[in-house]
Design a protein around this ligand. Structure first.
Ligand code: BGC
Length: 477
């Protein structure tokens, strides 16, 4: 029977159905992109629990252990730098698909690695997948979300990263009882398969479609996401308007000093995030707890899970405060807390090295490790990703974000590759004190160079930047 469209009840029901459909699709999009964040976290988190067993099986030197950890970062840097181009060519959806497939292949090949060489190559592949995920998932989310929930979605993405790390720690703990490192690495192929399946159901980004001239397809997707012809029309007009601005990253970078300033600021922010030393605690948590006197693998793994829980919970503090108190105060507090935490951790490890064997020192070492993690998760963890997505001018946004994301992975690799060498050469306490010094420096850099972007439109930030205002003032309304 034909529907009578002039009947208001029939129209209302139809609108209700499309609003419901739009809501379900938005949840699905958040879930699928969140899965990419989860895999990012799983791959970062898994290695700390697996490393002791891998080293035993393949009798690895300190240098090779560092490479098992840091080859993934090398792959991620390569992945992030090439994804700008790939995702422009084949679109966000198919880039995510490529990432999900690589996650599958990398997880399985590292689980079945017969020797350390195959393991290292698999880690590079996995890294490439992580690099793709860390570039394209937040970009896809920002292109699919509405202006009002963009910031929250990026923080949620970071929350999924921390959840991934936690799940990896828990699964490492379970498998550690039998020393099953192959299972630790292999089990990640399950969420990878889930992501792979989910990506098939994702719509392509309307912005990307429009940039390829596929306007009617883009409009259909906007209609489905907005559940309103009018809103879709408005958004389509905005997209067409922004398409008039040609993306010309490298050319603009060379020609325009202000664009260069934004790119350098993004890279500085990511370097600061990594040189807090947070990842050392994540990658080498069992080792830190062993140094602190927790001798059994079981004790060390449980302490590591507690680290993961702290990381997740403290991320909520940032999600709650970043739009009220602002980015800068959170960063200053966060870096100060990390400086204090790493300083005290150094003191505890110094006392342990000097032969103090009181049980309380071990507990204080664990407490200050947790404090350091909380300091990071409530500040630099999410805030750096948020700031990096806010400060790049539209014309060179893809280029700028590709540069800052790549910087994140390069610094991550440097830290992973040097930590054990630093421990051996400087001693445990001094190694952590180096990071104390760096975090104090970051408080100063935050005061003098980092802008406050809370509640300011991206257009205003861009205008200030292009007018040549000081970097710390580009968020002034
Ligand atoms: C960082 C990662 C880090 C993670 C920890 C992310 O923001 O980029 O390097 O491992 O946070 O939660």
């Amino acid at each position: 029977m034909e529907k009578d469209l002039s009947d208001p009840e029939c129209c209302e029901a139809a609108v209700e159905v499309s609003v419901k459909k739009a809501k379900i699709m938005r949840i699905f999009i958040a879930f699928a992109a969140g899965m990419a964040g989860l895999l990012f976290g799983l791959d970062i988190g898994v290695i700390s629990g697996a490393l002791p067993f891998i080293s035993e099986q393949f009798t690895l030197s300190s240098r090779l252990q560092e490479w098992v950890v840091s080859t993934m970062m090398l792959g991620a840097a390569l992945g992030a730098i090439s994804t700008g181009w790939i995702s422009f060519k084949i679109g966000r959806k198919y880039t995510l698909l490529a990432g999900a497939s690589l996650f599958m292949v990398g997880s399985l090949s590292s689980a079945f690695a017969p020797n350390v060489e195959v393991l290292l190559v698999s880690r590079v592949l996995l890294g490439f997948a992580v690099g793709i995920a860390s570039y394209v998932a937040p970009l896809y989310l920002s292109e699919m979300s509405q202006k009002e929930d963009r910031g929250r979605l990026i923080s949620m993405y970071q929350l999924m990263v921390t959840l991934g790390i936690l799940v990896a720690f828990i699964s490492d703990t379970i498998f550690s009882y039998g020393g099953h490192w192959r299972w630790m690495l292999g089990v990640i192929s399950i969420p990878a398969l889930l992501l792979l399946t989910a990506v098939f159901g994702l719509p392509d980004s309307p912005r990307w479609l429009a940039s390829k001239g596929k306007f009617s397809k883009a409009k259909d997707i906007l209609k489905m996401l907005n559940a309103s012809e009018e809103k879709a029309e408005d958004e389509m007009d905005e997209i067409k308007e922004s398409l008039k601005v040609k993306q010309e990253g490298w050319g603009l970078f060379r020609a325009n000093k202000n664009v260069r300033r934004a790119v350098y600021l993004g890279m500085l922010l990511q370097a600061m995030q990594q040189f807090t030393g947070m990842n050392i605690i994540l990658y080498y948590a069992p080792k830190i707890f062993k140094l602190a006197g927790f001798q059994t693998t079981e004790q060390q793994m449980i302490a590591t899970v507690i680290c993961g829980v702290t990381n997740v919970l403290a991320t909520f503090i940032a999600m709650k405060t970043v739009d009220n108190s602002g980015r800068k105060p959170i960063l200053k507090i966060g870096f100060s807390v990390i400086a204090l935490g790493t300083f005290l951790l150094g003191v505890c490890l110094f006392m342990i090295d000097a032969g103090f064997s009181a049980v309380w020192i071990s507990f204080v070492a664990v407490a200050v490790t947790l404090l350091t993690i909380a300091g990071f998760a409530m500040s630099a963890g999410p805030v750096v990703w948020i700031l990096c997505s806010e400060i790049q001018p539209l014309k060179s946004r893809d280029f700028g974000i590709a540069c800052s994301t790549t910087m994140n992975w390069i610094c991550n690799m440097i830290i992973g590759a040097t930590f054990l060498t630093m421990l051996n050469n400087l001693g445990t306490a001094s190694t952590f004190w180096v990071y104390t010094g760096l975090n104090i420096l970051f408080v100063i850099l935050t005061i003098f160079f980092i802008p406050e972007t809370k509640g300011v439109s991206l257009e205003k930030i861009e205008m200030n930047l292009m007018e040549g205002k000081k970097l710390k003032d580009i968020g002034v309304n």
